[in-house]
Design a protein around this ligand. Structure first.
Ligand code: ATP
Ligand code: MG
Length: 203
């Protein structure tokens, strides 16, 4: 056998083995239910991943709710897009109140509560297929919202509903109750090399 033919045969055998293991995992994962996903870590890609799932869900005509727990200084492309082009998506962003600049704890707590009051009915409504709670983790790390209440609402949501939580941190209890937890690692970020945040990429 030529060395190329040997390589081909080895590749084929390896692929067959991998296929067997993938097929077995697919057969074992047969529960039909919504998933709770936490996207955390210090690297870039949490909110944009959540919006990737929103696009997937909308592709299937699913009903989507989005609640953002931080008001950015900058209007974001995803906010513009949802507001202008996706009137069927229930979208709420924390109005006044929490930004990295505020130091008014009681006003921040009131804003967090008002925002949570928008999310809670979605987490109880089986007509929502996907609910995104963007930057929710900060409300827990600052103790602006009760961790017990948030976890209970996530756990008691309609069984077919999926929920995505984003934000750095997110305590170990939240990690424990989520089905999928991904940590985006900050290997490097353009910002630290002096490259300005970019429209359409960073916001
Ligand atoms: P994205 O919205 O791009 O998916 P993210 O949700 O993972 O980012 P956040 O912590 O919410 O990250 O911060 C949002 C903004 O901060 C984005 O403009 C992003 O490019 C920037 N950013 C994210 N991670 C870093 C980092 N490690 N260093 C500097 N800037 C960052
Ligand atoms: Mg984010």
């Amino acid at each position: 056998m030529s060395s190329d033919a040997k390589k081909d045969a080895r590749h084929k055998a390896a692929m067959e083995k991998q296929k067997e293991s993938v097929d077995a995992s697919i057969a074992a994962a047969d529960l039909e239910q919504g998933v709770a996903i936490l996207l955390t870590g210090n690297g870039k890609g949490k909110t944009s991943s959540a919006f990737g799932m929103i696009m997937r869900a909308l592709g299937y005509g699913h009903k989507v709710g989005v609640v953002q727990f931080i008001k950015g200084q900058q209007l974001s492309g995803e906010e513009i897009y949802l507001r202008d082009r996706c009137p069927d998506v229930a979208f709420y962003q924390m109005g006044t109140g929490f930004t990295w600049d505020t130091q008014d704890r009681s006003a921040d707590m009131a804003a967090a509560r008002a925002t949570w009051d928008q999310a809670l009915p979605m987490l109880k409504d089986p007509s929502f297929d996907l609910v995104v709670l963007d930057e929710l983790t900060y409300m827990l790390s600052f103790d602006y919202l009760s961790e017990d209440e948030v976890i209970e609402a996530i756990q008691n949501r309609p069984p077919e509903q999926s929920v995505v939580v984003t934000g750095r941190g997110g305590g170990s209890r939240l990690r424990d109750v989520m089905d999928t937890v991904s940590e985006v690692k900050d290997v490097k970020h353009a910002y630290n090399a002096g490259i300005k945040a970019r429209r359409g990429v960073d916001y």
